[in-house]
Design a protein around this ligand. Sequence first.
Ligand code: ADP
Ligand code: MG
Length: 294
Amino acid sequence: AVPLVVAINTSTAAQNGMLIRDRIAMEEARNLDTVMFDKTGTLTKGEQGVVGVHVADGWTEQRAFEIAAGVEGDSEHMIARAIRNAAEERGVSRVAVSNFENLRGLGVKATVDGETVHLGGPNLLEQLGIERPEELVAFADEAGSNAQTVVYLVQDESNIVAAFALADVIREESRRAIDALHEMGIEVAMLTGDSEDVAKAVAEELGIDQYFAEVLPEEKDSKVTRLQSEGKLVAMVGDGVNDAPALTRADVGIAIGSGTDVAIESGDIILVDNNPLDVVRLVRLSKASYRKMQ
Ligand code: ADP
Ligand code: MG
């Protein structure tokens, strides 16, 4: 039978916008040392818009959008959605592509008119061994200092023909959540597949103690393990498919309700209202509930 105090706790939790799938994790939440947040879709809304475009000589923005939107195919990634929306807003139709491939944590790849086209971030360029020309470094630096994400359209695995800057919005509640966690003596970390400069700008804006950038999907859980090996009790908060192993690995896995099914299935606790402040409520609720039990 479920002890009464836990039953009360569970319904209080529901009223506070959280679903508890693992009671033990809920109990552990009162002793947390570190909360690690995923950036995109968790601390930010994950609703990106294209705010800047740079094209190589001989290219037009229209052509760049036609190809980029085509290459994104039906990808559910928010970058894909942002590129397709921007193309649509400009009245640009997408090119037909074949051999679509999703390169997890890097970007996407497809064939257009018999040529291989890639679209992705700095990790992708590194993988392909491509150096950016000076004007693109300047474009990316400017975007990065404004916490904008840059993705590159690459032809033939060698030529960058366009770059897109995307802006996301930090959730209003993120700042307050981080301040409140600090007041409780809890350290705050951030994990992202996004570039170093975007991660740095967001971490500085939010007062995050420690961040890990350009983390590949298969490396995300090892960052949680690293903190645990320092003796810390760690919560992970995330929304994406890529966050699932880290959510499982963490002592307390907290999934964002609007996140992907895989993330939700991996979470011990689900934040139904997608509100980072509910992480604070969760710790408070855990402290209050389990104090009563002793
Ligand atoms: P995050 O951890 O920020 O949610 P992901 O692991 O999903 O990020 O992606 C990491 C990086 O890979 C992105 O910042 C982007 O540079 C690139 N990327 C991933 N998917 C796509 C896509 N569909 N189109 C373009 N770039 C992508
Ligand atoms: Mg995410």
